[in-house]
Write a protein that binds this ligand. Structure first.
Ligand SMILES: Cc1cc2nc3c(=O)[nH]c(=O)nc-3n(C[C@H](O)[C@H](O)[C@H](O)COP(=O)(O)OP(=O)(O)OC[C@H]3O[C@@H](n4cnc5c(N)ncnc54)[C@H](O)[C@@H]3O)c2cc1C
Length: 508
């Protein structure tokens, strides 16, 4: 296994439960990948995912036992196994969405409470909300419950389900759906911004992503006590209990291929690991072009991988400050800018730093004070920025951009005077993603989730052109975000089991 991100660890757990000898080789000094943890000055910062949704996927993974890799598409109910490893706390409201005029919308789980919020913004929009909810429910049932764990081996697999998806309007842009349901610009933004958290432009992602609304409403939004890092640690322990091993500071520099079949990997230090199966949790462009090598790939695969359009990057400022938050903030906050559509166009189409910032502000110490010294808070503010094509010199621009991000948080009245109260500041740029995580053009979320990079158009989990190679994680099917990545691990483990003849899995 190359990489100990959520995808790599989850797939490794299932493969170890199948009885395979699993070694995870990770470039970094610790596990988690994008979900790694940064500790400094008494603060604990989750570097990446903070919004934990679709908890049945975690429960499913924690129920894996030796000989029982749980590869069938069913998902369990309850949280007993999860709570033996980590503690989840439900958050409600899920998010506070702040608008440029200083008002906000609390995104609630409870239907009645959510309808009240809609009514408060615009009483005439309640029927539109009911239409949106109905459309999102139908898409969730088809797109998540029935098709979520499907591997689209070819466009034929996609064609077979296209009529149902067309009937649900799931292939049209999400923006079209919210425009049909809401006239109020604020509500259009509220019911589509979540795709930004997985690198998708709400104006361009297919409406299948409306399923996120129903995933959250069905199972809630959770926080892992101690931070997302505690979940990563629990997965490492689970893997080790099943006999798997993780080696850190071990960068793979080559996947060895002989006669069209993988034979192992070569590490940066020169050592070699032989393996019948290599599963890569790394970025697909890095996997195919840098590790396997273009010379081993059939021309169409080479072409498709080179053409992959990356999702945007992120610029994230992690900061610790003394005193109370002081403003109208919750655990999860989204700050939407003026000229929202213009900002999206600048990031996603023109691929330049936007004039105004759309921010996600995370203040986990409002739920869990253990992440900061007494009397202090830990927070992060995330700005979407274009992928890194070298035009922005982040090492030069970073310090000033970090100040701009914090100024924006302050000007919006969210954390008054925070720049005067800072105890610690640290930031990460797309350059970090490119250089440390080997992420293609520093993307934060894998290939951009647009229709032509979804399902069979996304890199496949069974490697193409090379036998014994598999992909797992945000770069392959079904897509980015912790739930997507956990699903990809289940799909990939099923494919490996099938190909090795280890388990009849009913076809994938
Ligand atoms: C700032 C941020 C916030 C996010 N917030 C959320 C959220 O709130 N909720 C949510 O659901 N999702 C969120 N996401 C998305 C989510 O974090 C990712 O989709 C998911 O964590 C990706 O996991 P992964 O296993 O695919 O890959 P990664 O986490 O990227 O792991 C890949 C691993 O492979 C290693 N690797 C790469 N190349 C090599 C090599 N050659 N040799 C050895 N190792 C190698 C890397 O070091 C890395 O550890 C967020 C992402 C970011 C960046």
């Amino acid at each position: 296994m190359i990489g100990a991100g959520f995808g790599g660890l989850a797939a490794a757990i299932r493969l170890a439960a199948l009885g395979l000898h699993v070694t995870v080789v990770e470039k970094q000094a610790g596990p988690g990948g994008r979900a790694a943890v940064h500790r400094a000055a008494g603060f604990v910062f989750d570097l990446g995912p903070t919004v934990i949704t679709a908890h049945p996927l975690l429960e499913d993974l924690f129920r894996v036992e030796p000989g029982r890799p749980r590869l069938e598409p069913r998902l369990p109910t309850g949280l007993e196994a999860t709570h033996r490893h980590v503690r989840l706390a439900a958050l409600d409201p899920f998010y506070r969405v702040h608008f440029p005029d200083g008002t906000w919308f609390d995104y609630r789980q409870d239907r009645q409470a959510l309808m009240e919020e809609v009514r408060r913004v615009s009483p005439a929009e309640v029927p539109g909300f009911l239409r949106f909810e109905e459309a999102a429910r139908a898409i969730f049932e088809q797109g998540f419950l029935r098709l979520g764990l499907t591997h689209f081996r070819s466009h034929w697999d996609l064609l077979r389900v296209t009529p149902q998806l067309v009937r649900l309007g799931a292939l049209r842009p999400l923006w079209q759906l919210v425009r049909r349901c809401f006239r109020d610009p604020k509500l259009r933004q509220v019911f589509s911004f979540e795709t930004l958290l997985i690198g998708g432009d709400p104006r361009r992602v297919p409406a299948i992503y409306a399923l996120i609304h129903f995933v959250e409403r069905t199972w809630g939004v959770h926080y892992v006590r101690g931070g997302t890092g505690a979940l990563v640690q629990a997965l490492v322990r689970k893997l080790e209990q099943l006999g798997g091993e993780v080696r850190y500071n071990a960068e793979v520099c080559r996947v060895s291929v002989e006669d069209g079949r993988v034979t192992g990997v070569r590490l940066a230090g020169g050592s070699r690991l032989d393996a019948e199966v290599v599963v890569s949790n790394a970025d697909p462009a890095h996997t195919y072009l840098d590790l396997v090598g273009a010379e081993h790939l059939p021309a169409p695969v080479r072409w498709r991988i080179r053409k992959l359009r990356p999702s945007p990057g992120v610029f994230v400022v992690y900061f610790g400050f003394r005193g109370p938050a002081g403003g109208p903030v919750l655990h999860h906050n989204v700050l939407l800018p003026e000229d929202y559509e213009g900002v999206l166009r600048q990031i996603f189409q023109e691929r330049r730093l936007p004039d105004r910032m759309a921010l996600y502000l995370h203040v986990p110490t409002l739920t869990d004070p253990s992440l900061a010294p007494p009397g202090c808070h830990a927070a992060y503010a995330l700005a979407l920025v274009p992928p890194w094509d070298g035009r922005v010199r982040w090492s030069l621009v970073g310090p000033e951009y970090a100040q701009r991000v914090l100024a924006r948080v302050e000007e919006a009245g969210l954390l008054p005077g925070v720049r005067e109260r800072l105890e610690y500041v640290y930031w990460r740029t797309p350059e970090h993603f490119a250089e440390e995580l080997n992420s293609h053009l520093g993307n934060a979320f894998g290939p951009e989730p647009v229709l032509w990079q979804t399902a069979s158009f996304r890199p496949r989990n069974r490697g193409e052109g090379v036998k014994g190679l598999y992909l797992v994680g945000a770069g392959c099917q079904p897509g980015a975000g912790v739930p997507g990545v956990l699903m990809s691990a289940k799909i990939t483990a099923r494919l490996v089991a099938e190909d090795l003849g280890l388990q009849r899995t009913g076809g994938v």
